[in-house]
Design a protein around this ligand. Structure first.
Ligand SMILES: NC(=O)C1=CN([C@@H]2O[C@H](COP(=O)(O)OP(=O)(O)OC[C@H]3O[C@@H](n4cnc5c(N)ncnc54)[C@H](OP(=O)(O)O)[C@@H]3O)[C@@H](O)[C@H]2O)C=CC1
Ligand SMILES: CC(=O)[C@@H](O)[C@H](O)COP(=O)(O)O
Ligand SMILES: [Mn+2]
Length: 381
């Protein structure tokens, strides 16, 4: 029986993680559920899964949870996420919180030698060098939940890095894949939130529309698999059936396929190296799909992807700035305060103004993260 702490329990990945846990009560139980503010979603989950600990974003929500569940221990903020992730009883941390707010808990869980199923890609983008260095030092496995990285992990299947020619990440193209740059002027939040293949949280859906999601994933792949950026490619694949591929030196290409359903990589991260039945997921029907499409990536059309490669290759604190500027810009877009194309402009400005710091430590990263968000907000005034 694996005892799980789940960060981001009320989100898209969080809810699907609980679907998987519900399906296998003999294999998994919940030690702690952490969420931000959404008590409407959280209360039924707390009732059903009866965690020992609940973590919330702030004091007001803490009081609401304590009022409803007087016997449960309720913690708050980053300190609460760290305590819930490192408790003795915990076997696995599923980090499915949105944004770099998930970084301190990831670092603490590694130091506490917990197995980590990582959906929270922003953690790796903002501080990949620290996370991977700590994972090596404490000999902790980081099992990818992100669909492309789960596909690469499965396609690598323990092969040596020197046998790899390149990783090929597939990109659906997101909500605006058939639009030109001119068409993007005046697109709305609702248009951007309409992803063709996946139902996901708002922030990642906007990232997918801007192609920043793929940029973050290139950086995530660089850190998780220790592969140079020059050996990581992206290809447009509309159907999201091939979740990603590995090309080897001998020209063999190994891919992982399946219907677009995040429960598959979530469950694999929880059961690895075993596999369990996943009855609620639709079987891939290639006869029905019949045709798969592939297109080369246009880096001028999808400028955020180009910015992400540039920041990744520069390294150091530049990816912290990329991530924080993106998180802030997407938040402003979702609030209707900037246009869709402003997102990439604000990120580009933030990157241009930043002087890279080599090997920043955790405190430096957290400071740069906050300063970048502040700067992005100030460009608007
Ligand atoms: N959704 C998907 O299919 C995929 C997601 N991912 C990655 O997984 C992560 C989660 O994505 P997704 O599930 O879509 O996101 P959602 O927006 O659906 O959910 C985010 C979760 O994080 C919580 N949260 C947000 N801010 C805070 C905070 N400051 N403190 C504590 N909790 C917080 C939210 O709580 P509340 O809502 O209660 O405030 C919610 O539970 C992201 O890093 C994303 O890139 C990767 C691959 C696929
Ligand atoms: C499900 C998942 O892993 C997302 O990150 C997904 O990949 C988004 O799709 P695109 O970024 O390819 O549009
Ligand atoms: Mn993905």
């Amino acid at each position: 029986m694996k005892q799980i702490t789940l960060l981001g329990a009320t989100g898209s990945i969080g809810i699907q993680t609980l679907d998987v846990i519900r399906l296998h009560p003999d294999h998994f139980s919940v030690y702690a559920l952490a969420f931000g503010k959404n008590i409407e979603k959280a209360f039924p989950l707390i009732k059903e899964f009866e965690p020992e600990v609940v973590v919330v974003q702030d004091h007001t929500v803490k009081q609401q949870v304590e009022g409803e569940f007087p016997t449960i221990r309720v913690l708050q903020g980053t300190g609460g996420m760290i305590a819930a992730s490192t408790a003795e009883k915990v076997d696995v941390l599923v980090n499915a919180v949105m944004g770099s707010v998930g970084l301190p808990a990831t670092m603490a869980a590694i130091e506490a030698r917990k197995l980590i199923a990582i959906a929270n890609k922003e953690t790796l983008v903002t501080a990949g060098h620290l996370v991977m260095e700590a994972a090596r030092k404490y000999q902790v496995d980081l099992l990818p939940v992100d669909s492309e990285h789960s596909a690469i992990f499965q396609s690598l299947n323990g092969e040596k890095n020197e046998s790899v020619e390149r990783l090929i990440l597939t990109a659906s193209g997101g909500s605006f894949r058939d639009k030109t740059r001119e068409d993007l002027v005046g697109v709305t939040v609702d248009d951007a939130l309409n992803h063709p293949n996946w139902s996901m949280g708002a922030k990642i859906t906007i990232d997918s529309a801007s192609m920043m999601n793929k940029g973050l994933e290139v950086i995530e792949a660089h850190w998780l698999f220790d592969i140079p950026y020059e050996q990581i490619d992206v290809i447009l694949h509309r159907e999201s059936v091939i979740h990603s591929m590995v090309e080897y030196k001998d020209k063999s290409v190994i891919a992982q396929l399946g219907t677009p359903d995040m429960k598959v990589p979530i469950q694999y991260a929880l059961t690895y190296p075993d596999r369990l039945d996943l009855s609620m997921t639709k079987r891939l029907n290639l006869e029905e799909i019949a045709t798969l499409h592939f297109q080369p990536m246009d880096y001028e059309r999808f400028r955020c992807l180009k910015l992400a490669y540039q920041a990744g290759k520069e390294g150091g604190s530049m990816t912290t700035v990329l991530n924080a500027a993106n998180e802030q810009a997407v938040e402003l877009f979702l609030k209707g305060e900037i246009s869709f194309l402003d997102i990439e402009t604000l990120i580009e400005q933030a990157l241009e103004r930043h002087q890279t710091i080599r090997k920043p430590d955790l405190d430096t990263i957290l400071t740069i993260d906050q300063e970048t968000r502040q700067q992005v907000r100030s460009y608007l005034k």
